[in-house]
Write a protein that binds this ligand. Sequence first.
Ligand code: NAD
Ligand code: TYD
Length: 360
Amino acid sequence: MKILVTGGAGFIGSNFIYYMLEKYPSYKIICLDSLTYAGNISTLDEAMKNNNFKFIKGDITDRQLVFKLFAQEKLDVVVNFAAESHVDRSIKNPEIFLKTNILGTQVLMDASIKYGIKRYHQVSTDEVYGDLPLDRTDLFFTENTPICTSSPYSASKAAADLLALSYYKTFKLPVTISRCSNNYGPYQFPEKFIPLIIIRALNNKSLPVYGEGKNVRDWLYVEEHCEAIDLIIHGGKAGEVYNVGGHNEKTNLEVVETIIKELGKSKKLITFVSDRPGHDLRYAIDPTKIKNELGWEPKIRFDDGIKMTIQWYLDNKEWWTNIVNGEYMNYYEAMYGHREVITKGIKNTMIEEVASGRYK
Ligand code: NAD
Ligand code: TYD
């Protein structure tokens, strides 16, 4: 079996590559990744030592390159992780999200039709369903929940999903889609909430919590997402969508407090900042379909998964130090510098706070 993994130098894609290389020693894995700011080639150092693994630097929107790769490699399966994935960036600059997430998916599926791919798997997100109210904990996203997106990121992912389903119906491309909740674990880029909080807490820096920290996410340890995708590409039914989620709902404030407690840091680091526009209130997945059809269910509780994740960031300082010392500093300044800091009802911008010495 030969699998093309796109976006494999990013967070979930790299975890998937390691999972598959270990579980299936006879499979060949090819990674196609354009190495955007979120792609890190050093993440794949260990994989590079495996003869069954090959890395190709390239963009999924580059039709010529993608078709040449498919012609050369005789692939069986495509798993598309490649995407622009950060909601806050999509609010600042939507265009690249539409290009990569929608047009890139189209290019990969066109090539998959031409070269007779046996399974095209689209890695999607629960964010395509929009959000659930905070006071209705009885409600969950099922595969039949209507698409109702909030951010340019989720809208681009939803567009790609609909395109994928249309390719199944119109061209008979054997497509499957997984819609997963928030992942956490090793190799997550520190613009995302959990690694951002861990790294800033380790450095005794303020911990930015949007709004009042009441928004809820359903956290899944990344390896369990990899396991679900493995089951779907081997046993899932073409044309079907599978929801994947952790039954691990936490408010953002609970997440920060857990991390602070594990690291023995002060709660005073918590800094409430102005909210994300269009901030989804609650995500919660009903994974009954994948449980009944493929026997998948989440096993790792958040309290255990977060300990493993914190330990990974403690053990792999070099990996993230290289990131946070580079271009990332400019990113942090651009994204957070002008956010209001809300302390006891008084609003300041972070820039004013820094100038006054109250905020690092
Ligand atoms: P990530 O941002 O960490 O990694 C994305 C990878 O894609 C990077 O290596 C990047 O270089 C690569 N890439 C970006 N544009 C590309 C292009 N045009 N051509 C080739 N490569 C390109 O993202 P992630 O968190 O690992 O997410 C992977 C996928 O899973 C995404 O499709 C995302 O929508 C989906 N997803 C993520 C989560 C989550 O919690 N992180 C949850 C559900 C679904
Ligand atoms: P994020 O990791 O960006 O994932 P998503 O928005 O796709 O769910 O954010 C997770 C939650 O944490 C989300 O409710 C926004 C919140 N958040 C903060 O409160 N502060 C931050 O600095 C970041 C990046 C996110």
